[in-house]
Design a protein around this ligand. Structure first.
Ligand code: C2E
Ligand code: MG
Ligand code: MG
Length: 715
């Protein structure tokens, strides 16, 4: 029998043991539930307790560790330090408090080192001091931290600007280099869109392509022009990378760029050294060949003519020999400058070597004749500008160019052959006395010569009084004379009778048309004055042709006014025939001028050659006109060509609607007259009534008309 006291004691012990087991289980469970490895060591540093995370972390089974000194887990080289540290910790921090966590290195069973974070907590018990330590593997965290550190260092790289944006290109972060390159501070740009950097130099399509690449490939790389805060535009090398989340959605963009102005400058310099002449800054022989090849192939495509001018400065050698190379250089620079002002920007002006220059002119006409005249004009302009006096070293120097011209169309003749031809022509220019322009093709030379001869003859015609005015009668529906058109004739002692169709266009190209136009106006007004004294002619209205260039003169209204005043004529007797080409530019100005002529002066205005030009209703409505003149090309075939018939009928109806007088020119037959009269045409001019004739014949003609009319009436 167990005594009751003992039994009671026994029971008490069992209860306590059971409570202890419960408590141990309780703490063990807690201990095992933490993700960290936990170790408890006693005051001597002997491990007394471990949890179940120790083995996966340190490789030791609990039995292998329990009873071992804790230093087994400390790498040898730091054991000394560790010991001191622990002692310090315990002494300074007291007990039962967790002493902050710190990163340490642990020596694990397989002999390798593990990066851990250790928190220790000294615990004072009745059984003495214990130290509880929890160890957490921080290898991954270390790696991430290292990566971040590297990234942060990389982000602040001094030469590469970096911008981080959201997926809409709104700026989130920039680095110092960005601030330096763009002039914007981080505070200024965060939250704004990268759009603020745009220079405006790229088309929308450029950015569209960039976005397309970013959205599809996640990257874009290339060169572009952006703008700094201060407004300066600079080139940069940019690469953008999309940052995507696990789902593949773009969450950010990282853009890195650097300023490539210096590189661009260097490239340009290299390019300019290779392709440009250092003295004059003009393209050199190499670039000329390139452009020439290109021009030839372009011409093969568009069938337009181009011209090559080969130019050599006369007496250049003399200057070089007598006054030295510097003087020679100064002349060449001056020649280059003068030439630059004589050609269009699209033309290539090259220094071919020494004192030889070449001008490549493209697209100067679709027809050979046109191109020839055009090339002749440009060459002459260059010749004239280079033949005026030079001031070299404060001294006058006279030089002039010899210019050889060679036309090209298509690519049948290669560039170097073209150059050879222009060179040959240049030597011909030199042979024929220098300061000349010569074409390679003798046929072309001939046409240029004859045109030049015509031009100089025309200049003499004004002073030599070789121009005459002829008059062509204009009649109404009943054949009654109502006026005449004054038409110029040139009786040239050298060229014979020259048609205005031949010399007026040439005169229009030069300022000669202004002198001729003034002469015509004066002569016509004088004739009106004379005729105003005779009843037969006093009511006639005389139409004078005014060329567009003449009309464009700023003081044109004044010139007409002066002519009227000089001859004291009734302004209503004078009619100005303008063509549609006057209305081509500055319509407002043209309207103002026409209004001044009609309303202030009282002259009338007719629109000549109507139907051949642009004949736009919109401006016809706006131009202050009195009359339109149906062009003879429509009249010629009205009885045979239904299109022309309709055209003429429409023009007449339109004139009626606009309240304009309408006259037909080129009326040659009764059939023409009948057709026009039936459609409501009001006046007529043409060979049916008379050719243009001198004033005395015109007076005879009127007398004849009068006799006829009188006869008709007396019958
Ligand atoms: P335009 O002003 O249209 O003159 C009408 C032209 O047609 C005149 O040619 C005239 O002789 C011609 N003509 C007249 N009736 C008939 C006909 O029934 N049948 C044919 N086939 N032709 C006819 P012209 O005199 O040779 O003048 C030609 C052009 O030269 C004029 O065309 C005009 O644009 C211009 N022109 C003539 N004189 C002057 C002038 O003094 N100054 C200006 N700027 N240009 C003028
Ligand atoms: Mg006319
Ligand atoms: Mg006409």
């Amino acid at each position: 029998m167990v005594p009751a006291g003992l039994k009671c004691l026994n029971n008490e012990r069992k209860r306590m043991e059971s409570e202890l087991r419960d408590s141990e289980l309780f703490y063990r469970t807690i201990l095992d539930s933490t993700p960290d490895a936990m170790l408890v060591s006693d005051a001597d540093g002997i491990i007394t307790l471990v949890n179940n995370k120790v083995e996966p972390l340190l490789g030791y089974k609990p039995v292998e560790l329990i009873g071992q000194p804790v230093e087994i887990l400390v790498p040898k080289d730091v054991r000394q330090k560790h010991r001191a540290l622990m002692a310090d910790y315990i002494a300074s921090r007291g007990t039962n408090t967790v002493i902050g966590s710190r990163p340490m290195r642990a020596l694990i069973k397989n002999g390798s080192i593990l990066e851990v974070e250790v928190s220790i907590c000294p615990v004072q018990t009745e059984r003495g001091l214990f130290v509880a330590a929890s160890l957490r593997d921080i290898t991954e965290r270390k790696k991430v931290e290292n990566r971040l550190r590297v990234a942060a260092a990389a982000f602040e790289t001094p030469h590469e600007a970096i911008v981080v944006t959201d997926s809409y290109a709104n700026i989130i972060q920039v680095n110092k280099a960005f601030e330096h390159i763009t002039g914007y501070s981080q505070e200024e740009v965060v939250g704004t869109n990268t759009r603020i950097l745009k220079s405006g130099r790229h088309e929308d399509a450029f950015y569209a392509e960039m976005w397309h690449s970013l959205l599809t490939k996640g990257t874009w790389k290339g060169e572009l022009w952006d703008r700094c805060k201060g407004g300066k535009i600079y080139p940069k090398q940019l690469s953008i990378t999309a940052v995507r989340d696990e789902g593949g959605n773009t969450i950010q963009y990282v853009a890195a760029f650097h300023d490539i102005s210096a590189r661009k400058r260097a490239e340009e310099e290299m390019h300019s050294l290779a392709f440009y002449d250092a003295l004059t800054g003009l393209p050199n022989r190499r670039l000329l060949y390139e452009r020439l090849d290109l021009a030839v192939s372009v011409s093969a495509r568009n069938k337009k003519y181009g011209a090559l001018l080969y130019l050599d400065m006369d007496k250049f050698k003399t200057l070089n020999d007598t006054q030295g190379h510097e003087a020679g250089d100064a002349l060449l620079v001056e020649v280059a400058t003068r030439m630059k002002f004589s050609v269009r920007e699209v033309d290539t002006l090259a220094r071919f070597g020494g004192d030889e220059f070449v001008v490549l002119i493209e697209e100067i006409g679709a027809e050979e004749a046109d191109a020839t005249q055009h090339a002749a004009l440009i060459s002459e302009k260059i010749r004239a500008v280079l033949a005026t006096t030079y001031i070299i070293n404060n001294r006058e120097f006279h030089s002039s160019p010899s210019i050889g011209v060679c036309l090209f169309q298509g690519n049948s003749i290669p560039g170097d052959e073209l150059l050879k031809r222009a060179d040959i022509a240049m030597y011909q220019a030199k042979d024929s006395g220098r300061n000349q322009v010569r074409f390679f093709d003798p046929q072309l030379q001939l046409s240029v010569d004859s045109r030049a001869a015509l031009e100089s003859a025309m200049r003499e015609a004004i002073t030599g009084q070789q121009f005459r005015l002829y008059y062509q009668i204009q009649v109404d529906r009943d054949h009654r004379p109502i006026g005449a058109e004054a038409l110029i004739r040139w009786e040239s002692p050298t060229h014979g009778m020259v048609s205005p169709l031949e010399f007026i266009p040439l005169a229009e190209e030069t300022a000669l048309i202004l002198d001729i136009g003034n002469w015509v106006l004066d002569a016509a007004c004088q004739q009106i004055a004379t005729w105003s004294n005779t009843p037969l002619t006093s009511d006639l209205v005389i139409a004078v042709n005014i060329s567009a260039r003449q009309f464009r003169q700023p003081d044109f209204v004044k010139l007409v006014e002066a002519a009227i005043a000089k001859h004291q004529i009734l302004p209503s007797r004078l009619k100005l025939e303008l063509t549609e080409s006057v209305a081509l530019d500055n319509l407002e100005g043209v309207i103002a001028k026409m209004t001044a002529l009609r309303e202030n002066l009282g002259v009338t205005i007719s629109l000549d050659d109507f139907g051949t030009g642009y004949s736009s209703l919109s401006y016809l409505k706006r131009l202050p006109l009195d009359q339109i003149k149906i062009d003879q090309s429509f009249v010629r075939d009205i009885t045979t060509d239904p299109n022309d018939a309709v055209m003429v009928q429409t023009i007449i109806e339109m004139a009626h609607n606009f309240g304009l007088h309408v006259i037909a020119e080129g009326v040659e037959t009764e059939a023409h007259m009948d057709f026009l009269r039936q459609r409501g045409c009001m006046a007529y001019q043409g060979y049916l009534f008379s050719k243009p004739v001198p004033h005395y014949d015109f007076e005879l003609l009127l007398n004849h008309h009068l006799t006829l009319t009188n006869l008709r009436q007396s019958r």
